[in-house]
Design a protein around this ligand. Structure first.
Ligand code: AGP
Length: 622
């Protein structure tokens, strides 16, 4: 939530800051702002409510000069989306400016103390206290003014200030008196530093850096970066200097930009799925051993063989992937699996025996609840592994090991390709657990063969796009949708409903198809479509019976069915035919038309598909 950028070097800072904020806009989009420091050491602070374009328009009218600057795009937590509450926030007599991601839990008591010290607040945010607190800490060092403060004084003031904060922060700070210095600090909210030639970049994730530098440093919690155009020094808040690793960023600019082919990131990412699935599987399937291989689990097969229970924890779409994982791991490996909402698990105290392993499933690797659940399980001594898309993210860093999804950057707020990659990785994980336990060589090979065909099947499923669009236009005015499926297709029903509600604002609910009789059927009328996910499989006839029950009550039915299924064509109002795959792979294929359905309905209703209201891409607050 919220995005941060910073620049120091020889370029016009505003250009990088604006471009960076555009790339981060998916993280928050209710207001934005930048501050630059010009050659006369004057701050130029420009803010605008709404999208980055509004900020760009302001900067067009009144350009902000300077070769050093910071910027922020906001997802409001404390205080409404107004200009006053937009970042950057100034501290003291405009001596410093800061941008902040995260939540300062004790801001109210700090604010009260600072008011007593004479500081005047201009915003309702928790972030502004950080700006004034740094000034207050500097004054307490008996420094007359910022002008006489040394660089070490400023660093000490920042360290003392952040030591007083409770909560999370990613902070970037500029000082009017020191136009050659930028400080960055993190605790629980990601920050990366891009290393260029005589220039440095800072951002809350790597996407703004793409095209500027591929050399990046991931800051860890409690670290402070002291940044000039030519130098980067990283220190631990309490333990002093740290030797930092420079890593190579493996993202190219096509991955984070929209070309003419796609109007929205969501559509681009839906159509990227054949490739993202290939990337998820690349180098991870061994036909010779009939199993999957993962480089980063950091646990031996012997250790994993001792596992007698698996907990999958996640939020939102990633939790739905976990539900598919439950079916897969139980079926392939006969291991008991529980899928827990991370927000519940973190505060529960379930009895968990020694041989239980936790997998956190997360696209961003920054979701606050998932991180907290992982920390809690780790604290109790359990092995924690992460299935994560964003390399170097906090959850990936803190887990004992894990598996990257390799889906590439996912910019659309509604998760699509990360979901299918999560399910694909969980299928390989289930295969792996199966093969170190009871699964035969032949069964392993059959699963691998079927998995390898999945990208092509997804490509075929994408060809339903025109048919789905027609269905979308027919039902776009409905206010309620039901999504129904059984077994492997039950999580797909949940995920299809979530996709629709998050981007079109239509009320949609997913249920196991048979549960519908226990209440939801009361909602059925001629204006409430039921979307049945019913490719052929063990429970096909049962789902067909559920479909008839809906039809008997006058409810319109949209069926997602296997190619060649003519029986359903006679009953359902609309049928989308998808390629036939093994039942355990249906979740990856049957979600494709549901992603497209949500997309086209949202488009038809004039919704902002990539930036749905109230949402943000990574939910870094509780
Ligand atoms: C997905 O479309 C949603 N935007 C949301 O449910 C998301 O999946 C959830 O917030 C979890 O995010 P994560 O995978 O980054 O942890």
């Amino acid at each position: 939530m919220c995005g941060i950028v910073g620049y120091i070097g020889n370029r016009n800072a505003t250009e990088f800051l604006l471009e960076g904020l555009r790339r981060l806009e998916y993280r928050g989009y209710d207001s934005a702002g930048i501050a630059t420091l010009d050659d006369n050491t004057e701050f130029h602070i420009t803010k605008a409510v709404g999208r980055i374009q509004n900020l760009a328009d302001r900067l067009e009218e009144t350009p902000a000069e300077g070769h050093i600057g910071i910027g922020h795009t906001r997802w409001a937590t404390h205080g409404p989306p107004t200009e006053e509450n937009a970042h950057p926030h100034a501290g003291g007599d405009d001596d410093i400016v800061i941008v902040h991601n995260g939540v300062i839990e004790n801001y109210s008591s700090i604010r009260q103390r600072l008011i007593e010290e004479g500081f005047v607040f201009k915003s309702a945010t928790d972030s502004e206290v950080v700006a004034h607190l740094i000034v207050s800490c500097l004054r307490k060092l008996d420094i007359d003014s910022f002008e006489t403060a040394t660089r070490d004084n400023l660093i000490t003031a920042v360290k003392r200030a952040i030591a007083k904060l409770r909560g999370t922060y990613g902070l970037v700070i500029l000082f009017k008196s020191h136009p050659d210095l930028m400080l960055a600090a993190r605790l629980g909210s990601p920050l990366v530093v891009g290393v260029g030639k005589n220039e440095h970049f800072v951002a809350s994730d790597a996407s703004p850096l793409v095209g500027y530098t591929d050399r990046i440093v991931y800051l860890a919690d409690h670290q402070i970066a002291v940044i000039t155009a030519n130098d980067l020094n990283v220190a631990h808040r309490d333990q002093g200097h740290i030797k930092h690793d420079i890593q190579v960023l493996d993202i190219d600019s096509n991955m984070v930009s929209l070309d003419d082919e796609y109007e929205h990131y969501m559509l681009k990412e839906i159509f990227e799925q054949p490739n993202s699935l290939r990337d998820a599987m690349r180098g991870r399937l061994s036909v010779d051993d009939a199993t999957a291989m993962f480089g980063g689990l950091n646990l031996s097969p012997q250790q994993l063989r001792q596992v007698n229970r698996v907990i999958l924890t996640a939020c939102g779409t990633s939790w739905h992937a976990g539900l598919v994982g439950e079916y897969l791991i139980e079926e392939f490996a006969r291991l008991p699996v529980e899928v827990e909402y991370a927000s519940e698990l973190r505060y529960r105290n379930p009895p968990v025996d020694n041989n239980t392993i936790l997998f956190s499933i997360t696209q961003s690797g920054e979701t606050a609840d998932t991180l907290a659940a992982q920390r809690e399980m780790k604290r109790k001594g359990h092995a924690t592994l992460a299935l994560c898309n964003v390399v170097g993210s906090t959850i990936a860093q803190e887990a004992d090991g894990g598996i990257y999804l390799h889906a590439g950057p996912e910019i659309g707020v509604a998760s699509t390709k990360a979901y299918t990659s999560q399910v694909c990785v969980l299928t390989m994980l289930a295969l792996y657990f199966g093969r170190i336990r009871n699964m035969s060589f032949g069964a392993g090979q059959r699963i691998i063969k079927a998995l390898q065909e999945v990208p092509d099947k997804v490509q075929e499923a994408l060809e339903t796009n025109d048919a789905v669009k027609r269905v979308a236009e027919k039902y776009a005015d409905c206010d309620n949708f039901l999504y129904l499926g059984r077994q492997y297709n039950f999580p797909t029903a949940l995920e299809g409903a979530l996709k629709l509600k998050e981007i079109s604002y239509i009320h949609a609910e997913g249920y196991p198809a048979a549960e519908m009789k226990h209440g939801p059927i009361a909602l059925v009328d001629d204006h409430t479509p039921s979307v049945f996910i019913m490719p052929h499989g063990n429970v096909y006839d049962k789902v067909m019976a559920n479909l008839e029950e809906i039809k008997a009550r006058g409810g319109p039915v949209i069926a997602i069915a296997g190619q060649g299924d003519n029986a359903v064509t006679e009953l359902a109002d609309d049928v989308i035919h998808i390629p036939v795959v093994e039942e355990f792979l249906q979740p990856i294929v049957s979600i494709i038309p549901l992603q497209l359905l949500a997309y086209h309905i949202a488009l038809h209703r004039g919704c902002d598909v990539d930036k749905p209201r109230n949402l943000a891409k990574s939910v870094t607050v509780e």
